[in-house]
Design a binder for this molecule. Sequence first.
Ligand code: F6R
Length: 609
Amino acid sequence: MCGIVGYTGKQEAAPIMLEGLKRLEYRGYDSAGIVINRDGELSLCKAKGYVDALSEKIGGGSLMKGHTGVGHTRWATHGKPSDENAHPHVSSTGKIALVHNGIIENYQKLREMLIAKGFDFKSETDTEVAVNLIQFYYKGDILKAVSEAARRMEGSYALGIVCEDYPDLLLATRKESPLILGIGKDGNFLASDVAAILTHTRDVCYLADDEIAMITPTDIKIFNCELDEIIREPARIDWDISAAEKGGYEHFMFKEIMEQPEAVRKTLSPRLQNGRVVLDDIILEPDYVNSLKKIYIIGCGSAYHVGIVAKYNIEKLARIPVEAVLASEFRYSSPLADKNTLVICISQSGTTADTIAAMREAKRLGARVLSIVNVVGSVIAAESDDVLYTWAGPEIAVATTKAYSTQLAVTYLIALFLADLRGTITCEDYTAIVGGLSALPAKLEEILQNKENVQYLASIFFNKDNIFFIGRNIDYALTLEASLKLKEISYIHSDAYAAGELKHGTISLIEEGTLVIAMASYFRLIDKTVSNIVEVKSRGAEILTLTTVSGKAHVAHASDEIVLIPDIHEILLPSLAVVPMQLFAYYVALARGCSIDKPRNLAKSVTVE
Ligand code: F6R
């Protein structure tokens, strides 16, 4: 949520920041701005809207000269999207400017204190409090001022700061919101996300909570909150920049859908060796696994939907009670977690505020935390007892696709691993599922080769106002994701229901021409689902059914249109079934002319509660 990029070095800073902000735009895109420190004089430009609007105002950067600066692309929290509320914000004296990701929770109290001391405020943001607080503590030593201000601020923040008195210095500090420092050849960088600086450097240091960095063109120094210097070895990022570019595709979302076979292959293949699941990256001892009384799976949005599929599969294979819980609800629901509880946190970004809070609560209660994360070194990865990375590469489109698929793939591995240790799976089933996992990437490719079928279906149905998804068991879990994908990018109202539940109320919404998308891949329950399809069809609904090649004959008589996926072991079906639904959402949104990669009101990586 929101993006930060900063540079200090030999090159002109503004074009570098504009390029970085473009790459970060997926994190927030209601306004953007940059501040340049040119020989001790701050110049500022902000614009409501996309980064292009900012770029136009400053001639692609050519109208703002100087070698040190920070920029920001915003997703509004405090204060509506506007030029005034856009970052950077400048202190009352005009001496200090900063950009901010996160929310300063005690900003009202601090604002009142600062107003009483004579400070002026021009915006509605919590960020202006941060910059004035630093100004308040600034008595000639900017490092000390930032440290004292940081002690007073509650909530989450990542700050990129410049000060007139230090012409080539960038300062950075963070709490619960990511920041990385990039080491370049002729200058150094600051960013909230590696994608912003990957064209310039792959050598980065991660800033930890409460640390402060002083970045000059030739040096980066990191200090703890006591202002003792910390030596941090840089890490090397092995993501290729092409992974963060569209590479000829019209949208990141489509590119990322197409990347799924490879992302799933990369995630699975190192962990499947000689017909066995090998999870070298985690330490779950057999005694611990056998002592487990419960598993919680925690995530938000699509990550939570992965958790629901995993609940069905882990319970089925490993015979442990599993509860999938929304991260935003977990810590307010008196969770029954203790040392005999495993908490699996799922997060693409590893920085989702609700998931971080839930993870910390789980640890406080004594549970062990195993996380499934895409971004290496992110907060959730760093704080978990065990991490299984999804090797999806950078996901730029706001609507997740390849992260969802790789998360799902990892949950199968966990289910098999636990079932094997607990002795709850037969050799035949184990071998069949591992075989299915090995075949998964090729089957995903097969589905993607037939994408035009889905495009055709989208062209028939894109004008609907309401769409209902129904399914049973893992198909129900999948309807939740299919419905979310459709509504977030196409803005069509849609809802997901357990197929057997419709007649307990929702069926009243079905009328002539209502589109019902029935997920009927789970063969064991296909005839039950068909009964529910018939119930809505006889009340006027149009039916689009997703099923397997083997299921086709069972659903044909009750369906107007059918999407087929290949047969595969039943627990792996959601991995195949989700892809046509992602494509459907994509093509419907395309037909409706929606902003696919940056849907309205949304942002990638939700770092506020
Ligand atoms: C939906 C989507 C979101 C995320 C959710 C969690 O397409 O992308 O629902 O799944 O915000 O984000 P992470 O996985 O980064 O914790």
